[in-house]
Ligand binder design. Structure first.
Ligand SMILES: Cc1cc2nc3c(=O)[nH]c(=O)nc-3n(C[C@H](O)[C@H](O)[C@H](O)COP(=O)(O)OP(=O)(O)OC[C@H]3O[C@@H](n4cnc5c(N)ncnc54)[C@H](O)[C@@H]3O)c2cc1C
Length: 373
């Protein structure tokens, strides 16, 4: 495919190849569009690689339409796994959650009741029963443990690599290590070209802004203001000769999940709250590791491998921004927190909108127009 030499019909530049860009581009390619993936880094190395990567809707009860979108995201993951195969990226382990103070425990059980009313699968165990599922856990025998059996975790980088690899085999182009630094529009205001930091200029019909935490910078290239929240999080990977738990879990003060055969991922909202105090990241990692060892004593022989502070890509009101921006014909957004959960459903809906113009009702509350340009 020759780029930069004349305009090709329905050529879509996907700007940013994290989980969202990969899902949009893979779906576009399957629907027959010509796709060029562009990433300043390598595919999947952005926040997608530094995510807790828990696929869920149980944490999304703030608005019913958002919950429904996340449930659709969980179903879309299962469909993608059925299409490309689940190996090395899809881990439908189920999720466990428990608390160690009465207020948090009451909230946990109220949420479980609400979710059961919304027909979301939930089971409540005692600590003793949960330990039969996960013998490495240290928890009181009588504490209520909520289990969401349909939840999962994803290896984000592996998923991105599989989707992009398949799209490239089908004819898509991948340009990595080069950033989009300009988008020019024609006299009618529609998207015409993208300029890359390596000096290339590509003629395109459509651009998809899937630049994650940098989405506001890409929006600015078409003179659009996309207001984003600042919400950093710390993620630590630990090496462990044996991975003693099988499920993704929210224990008191710490979130833990497997990350392969000899690695686990740790995160905590309580530790995220310390980022802006200027605390050294290695100290934050040490605190995460200590909390994890309190819950899984066998991790005393594990060691911290790497730690990163990553920025959640969250539009200002906390909800995704997905779809066309009518004031800039040819410009689309795919920007969202919970992008691991939502990637496959956003990818499918947005690709259909780009190819057929059909705007799905499921995205009605999450349209970019709510942030006027
Ligand atoms: C601590 C933490 C925990 C999280 N936990 C969860 C969770 O449990 N479940 C869940 O569903 N979600 C979770 N998330 C959110 C989720 O990780 C993100 O929503 C998702 O990874 C976003 O993917 P993305 O493709 O939009 O962004 P990214 O993966 O960051 O991809 C964007 C890409 O765009 C590229 N880029 C940027 N600017 C340009 C440019 N100008 N030109 C070319 N390329 C560019 C970057 O290099 C990058 O590769 C968490 C996030 C954090 C930080």
């Amino acid at each position: 495919m020759s780029i930069g030499s004349g305009k090709r019909p329905e050529c879509v530049a996907v700007i940013g190849v994290g989980v969202l860009g990969a899902c949009v581009g893979w779906n576009l390619s399957r629907q027959g569009a010509e796709v060029v993936f562009i990433d300043a880094l390598q595919p999947g190395e952005g926040v997608t690689n530094w995510s807790f990567a828990w696929v869920n809707a149980s944490n999304k009860t703030v608005r019913k339409s958002y919950f429904d979108l996340n449930v659709a995201g969980m179903a879309a993951h299962r469909e993608v796994a059925g299409t490309i195969g689940p190996d090395s990226w899809w881990f439908p382990s189920g999720h466990l959650r428990w608390a160690d103070d009465p207020a948090a425990e009451t909230k946990l059980l109220e949420t479980a009741e609400l979710l059961a009313r919304w027909e979301y699968r939930v089971e409540v165990f005692t600590g003793a029963e949960a330990r039969r599922l996960e013998p490495a856990l240290a928890m009181p025998g009588e504490v209520p443990v909520v289990c969401y059996p349909d939840e999962a975790w994803v290896h984000g980088r592996h998923l991105v690599s599989r989707l992009v690899g398949q799209a490239v085999e089908a004819g898509a182009e991948l340009r990595s290590g080069t950033a989009v630094c300009d988008i020019s529009t024609g006299t009618d205001g529609s998207v015409r070209t993208v300029a890359l930091s390596d000096g290339t200029r590509l003629d395109v019909d459509i651009v998809v802004n899937a630049a994650g935490p940098h989405a506001a910078n890409v929006a600015a290239l078409v003179a659009r203001q996309l207001p984003m929240r600042r919400e950093p999080g710390v993620v630590t990977r630990i090496d462990s000769a044996r991975v003693p738990i099988g499920r993704v879990m929210h224990a008191p003060h710490i979130e833990i999940r497997p990350d392969g055969d000899a690695s686990m991922v740790l995160h905590s909202r309580e530790i995220d709250a310390l980022i802006d105090t200027g605390e050294d990241p290695s100290e934050l990692a040490r605190m995460l590791h200590e909390s994890a060892r309190n819950v899984v004593p066998e991790l005393s022989s594990s060691r911290i491998a790497e730690t990163r502070t990553a920025h959640r890509p969250i539009p200002a009101d906390g909800f995704p921004s997905v779809g066309a921006v009518p004031s800039v014909p040819g410009y689309y957004e795919a920007v969202s927190h919970s992008g691991i959960t939502l990637g496959p459903v956003i990818g499918r809906l947005l690709a259909t909108e780009i190819v057929s113009g059909r705007r799905d009702a499921m995205l009605a509350d999450f349209r970019p127009e709510r942030f006027p340009s």
